[in-house]
Ligand binder design. Structure first.
Ligand SMILES: [Mg+2]
Length: 185
């Protein structure tokens, strides 16, 4: 169950202290795409996201977008997003394609990597399978999730409920991140 627990949590990719990550030795950022950087309703980064990408590169990070989604969606996004590279059909939470990708890109110091995503049973589990630190962020829009994601989501509260026996405070903080917001209006 601890393999589903992120190293840290944040409300969004804009609420992460990247300078602190860099100061703590992180050099490689592996972003999830769907509902972490953009919702399913979007296919391109907005100005704020482009600014973030530029900022991360200027700090000195290598920035990669690694998604389970198909190549055409990733390529469309990457044509506007400033980053070092991207991978699609990555089969998270399984580690083999991710490790192959890292090796191909000359990345061997896993302690320099931070993986950032919105799902416990894909992104966070994958980070723990690979053996790298992770940050769980709130999903941009839960309304647009596909059926397999909805099924994955059903497991999240059960995982965290069990984790609460180890660390109730952190479990409650994670619950706030994964809970589905009620629609307004
Ligand atoms: Mg996602």
């Amino acid at each position: 169950m601890l393999k589903y627990i992120p190293t840290k949590i944040a409300l969004s990719v804009f609420d992460i202290n990247y300078n602190e990550l860099y100061a703590n030795g992180k050099r490689i950022i592996l972003f999830d795409l769907d509902n972490t950087l953009i919702s399913y309703y979007e296919d391109e980064p907005n100005d704020k996201l482009i600014e973030l990408g530029n900022m991360l590169l200027s700090i000195g990070f290598k920035v990669f977008v690694l998604s389970n989604n198909k190549g055409n969606r990733i390529m469309k996004f990457m044509s506007k997003f400033p980053a070092t590279g991207a991978g699609y059909l990555m089969k998270k939470p399984f580690k083999s394609k991710i490790i192959k990708f890292l090796n191909l890109n000359g990345i061997h110091s896993f302690e320099e990597i931070i993986m950032i995503g919105d799902q416990l049973v894909t992104d966070v589990l994958c980070a723990n399978n690979v053996g790298v630190d992770s940050i769980l962020v709130k999903s941009i829009s839960r309304e647009s999730e596909k059926f397999y994601t909805v099924i994955n989501r059903l497991r999240e509260p059960l995982i965290i409920k069990r984790f609460a026996k180890h660390n109730k405070e952190y479990a409650n903080q994670i619950l706030e991140i994964i809970k589905k917001e009620k629609k307004h209006g």
